[in-house]
Design a protein around this ligand. Structure first.
Ligand code: UDP
Length: 346
């Protein structure tokens, strides 16, 4: 079975790393990776390929920037050409980015079976670009790999019940694989000058927070307030960096640094007293490290983290108590389950 995998953005590199590793170990299945170019800065892309040992992409499309339509359209055109040339038995897509959507459309129009990792997540907030990408990709997929039971239920509500598998969360696999060596291998605490257990960690990049000036200023003011008692370390996403420059904003009490690699972010998570984020991935990684998280959004698709008391929305001042464990994300064997199901599908 020959799989063509489409990735393009930071969270996808982390997810693909664990699945590609299992594919490499499994006879009878091969993979070629297409990198669309959506994230291209070294610290948003190549650092993950190097640190996580992701196979070199067979195709680098170098498609970046532009509006959603322009970016997705250019990807669609080039992905179709790649799929026609490669003739894969299946196309594997991850998550909810424009690269996911373009990969989905290109594959199904060519009648190539589509497989979606991280299927069934819903925020039920259609102004969020990721939500549209999820809904369309799920509707088109032949196999849907769900991280949680709730994501299986979400799909059922939309009439999708065939080819649906609750496999757990590949991000947990990734945390077990790389996160554990972070403590030994990363010197990010020394580099940034923060003390173990005595800093907050923040990331912020969702369009709903960055694209509206009033909203962005409100979130920054909230972060400044949180950072009054403890320094906050903030690896700044390139989009957020641009918005800060545009509005001439420098948050007080917050130490801005460039985005860091996977080992460094796990070291920072492990030592943090709290996490403030609008990232889907970081909400769960905070839980994996048992660090309380505040989600800088008005809703989340990772509701288990809220129900287990490790996460709260910034609109809600309290965590649910008592704090519990989340079984849904699995035991670190999600990637193996996905590859086994792919083999069965062939
Ligand atoms: N991440 C990272 N370096 C950083 C910030 C985040 O490696 O400076 C990782 C983070 O740990 C998580 C992934 O990037 O595994 C999440 O990506 P992002 O927040 O861009 O996307 P989302 O999860 O919101 O889709």
């Amino acid at each position: 079975m020959n799989i063509l995998t489409v990735v393009g953005a930071r969270p996808q590199f982390i997810k693909v790393a664990v699945v590609s590793r299992i594919i490499e170990q499994t006879p009878g299945i091969t993979e070629k990776i297409v990198h669309t170019g959506q994230h291209f800065d070294a610290n948003m892309s190549s650092i993950f390929f190097n640190e996580l040992g992701i196979p070199e992409p067979a195709h680098n499309l170098e498609i970046m920037g532009g509006g959603h339509g322009s970016m997705t359209g250019r990807m669609l055109e080039q992905l179709e050409a790649v799929m026609l040339a490669e003739k894969p038995d299946g196309v594997l897509i991850y998550g909810d980015t424009n690269s996911t959507l373009a990969g989905a459309l290109a594959a199904v129009k060519l009648h190539i079976p589509l497989y979606h990792v991280e299927a069934g997540l819903r925020s039920y907030h259609r102004a969020m670009p990721e939500e549209i990408n999820r809904i369309v990709s799920d509707q088109l997929s032949a196999r849907l790999f769900c991280p949680t039971k709730l994501s299986v239920e979400n799909l059922a509500k939309e009439g999708i019940t065939s080819g649906v598998h609750h496999v757990g969360d590949v991000m947990y696999d990734a945390t077990l694989f790389a996160g554990s060596s972070a403590r030994a291998d990363s010197d990010i605490l020394q580099k940034t000058g923060v003390q173990e257990g005595d800093y907050l960690l923040c990331t912020l990049h969702r369009a709903e927070n960055t694209d509206d000036e009033a909203r962005f200023r409100k979130v920054i003011a909230y972060l400044e307030d949180a950072a009054k008692d403890r320094i906050m370390l903030f690896p700044v996403h390139p989009r957020t960096r641009q918005v800060m420059a545009k509005y001439n904003i420098t948050p007080k009490g917050v130490k801005l640094i460039d985005p860091v690699g996977y080992l460094d972010i796990h070291r920072l998570l492990a030592g943090a007293a709290g996490v403030y984020t609008d990232s889907g991935g970081l909400q769960k990684e905070a839980y994996f490290h048992k660090v309380p998280c505040v989600t800088l959004r008005d809703e989340t698709e990772w509701v288990e983290t809220i129900e287990a008391g490790w996460n709260r929305l910034w609109t809600n001042p309290t965590y649910q108590q008592p704090r519990g464990n989340i079984e849904d994300y699995g035991d670190g064997g999600s990637a193996r389950k996905i590859v086994d199901i792919l083999m069965d599908a062939s």
